[in-house]
Ligand binder design. Structure first.
Ligand code: NDP
Length: 329
């Protein structure tokens, strides 16, 4: 039937958490001002948590996961977008409290959408996804604080992760000298291929350290938090800047004010989820201009909706490297 479509549907009935590919009808979609065919989505760590139920990501049931999508508009009452237009969504609680992108169709609020940059295909935008977009937001934050390639070494933590690997790649393209911190030193060659000048073990940063350490980095992009972020603050050069977007090590920040008041360092918080539209457009425009399609093909694999549940389990088991894009049609 015409109004039927396929979607990954998560339910929690009588404390039994399930996720399955189902055929549902469009009358189950909310009545937002944009309806679209989802062309591509992607599997982020957050989607893995939602699908497997391993983290409290989903806030209402039934839920369609998928925090990122590119779609083609089929129905609109918004003045901002036209039928047939390609649009991009990251975050805004989609796939958490609003039905998300791992489906053939979605109904979304035009406030959440930006036009797909002309230089990117729907698939390329999802190869980049929230990971690449968050890395770009972090770099823009450093630039706005006056960091340039001449400032000195830029540290990237969680370097083999989604955000970290994009940060290494993009910083190198922009001419920065990148130091990558990782727990997987066996991936040193890969990180150097991405653009790291030097690779260090994350243990150098992950245990309690001094309030002020040797001035080492001009700037840093951190997706790890906890002692790592505290040690980064202690190791920044005078006037240095660190961005914080993640909590892979922990949500705590056992830091001292010493580097802030003695070395004038800055800590910039990065949120991608509720980011204003103008910042999204700027970050995606920069990504469209910078990212090479050969890189995207190297770091990602393509799957279809029927493969999503198995891929989410593999993602949570840590057996997937790189980005997973989902062809939703
Ligand atoms: P990934 O799981 O892809 O990467 C996280 C990386 O962190 C791992 O690959 C690992 O890198 C490192 N890591 C893992 N555990 C530890 C640990 N105990 N101590 C130190 N390092 C560790 O996640 P993403 O890159 O997608 O996301 C990274 C973080 O950023 C997450 O916390 C995520 O929730 C957050 N995030 C926040 C966003 C925002 O809007 N603020 C948007 C996107 C993500 P390695 O193997 O190299 O050591």
């Amino acid at each position: 039937m015409k109004n039927e479509f396929k979607a990954i549907v998560i339910n929690n009935i009588d404390n039994t958490y399930t996720a399955a590919l189902q055929t549902i009808t469009t009358d189950l979609l909310p009545n937002n001002n944009i309806e679209l065919d989802v062309l591509f989505s992607t599997l982020n760590y957050k989607d893995g948590l939602a699908i497997t139920g391993k983290g409290p990501v989903v806030r209402t049931f039934p839920m369609i996961p998928g925090i990122d999508l590119v779609g083609k508009i089929t129905k609109t009452t918004s003045n901002e977008f036209q039928n047939g237009q390609l649009v991009l969504l990251n975050g805004f609680g989609v796939g958490e409290k609003h039905l998300g992108g791992l489906a053939q169709k979605a109904s979304l609020n035009s406030e959440w959408l930006i036009p797909l940059p002309v230089k990117l295909s729907p698939k390329q935008a999802m190869q980049i996804g929230t990971a690449g977009y968050t890395a770009m937001l972090s770099i823009i934050a450093l630039e706005k604080q006056g960091i340039t390639p001449d400032s000195g070494d830029v540290l990237v933590t969680g370097a083999n992760g989604g955000v970290g690997s994009f940060a290494v790649y993009l910083l190198n393209l922009l001419g920065y000298s990148v130091v990558a911190a990782t727990g997987r030193l066996e991936q040193t060659d890969y990180l150097k291929e991405l653009g790291a000048k030097q690779v260090i073990h994350r243990d150098e940063l992950s245990t309690p350290g001094k309030a002020l350490a040797k001035e080492r980095f001009a700037a840093a992009i951190d997706s790890v938090g906890s002692h790592t972020l505290a040690n980064i603050c202690a190791s920044l050069k005078y006037g240095g800047v660190v961005t914080a977007c993640g909590l892979a090590q922990g949500m705590d920040l056992p830091a001292s004010v010493a580097p802030f008041i003695l070395r004038g360092i800055s800590l910039m918080g990065i949120d991608s989820v509720m980011r204003p539209k103008s910042d999204r457009v700027e970050a995606w425009q920069r990504l469209a201009e910078l990212v090479e399609s050969s890189y995207l093909d190297k770091i990602s694999t393509e799957i279809s909706l029927p493969d999503v549940i198995e891929a989410a389990n593999n993602l949570m088991a840590g057996t997937i490297r790189g980005r997973v894009v989902v062809n939703c049609q």
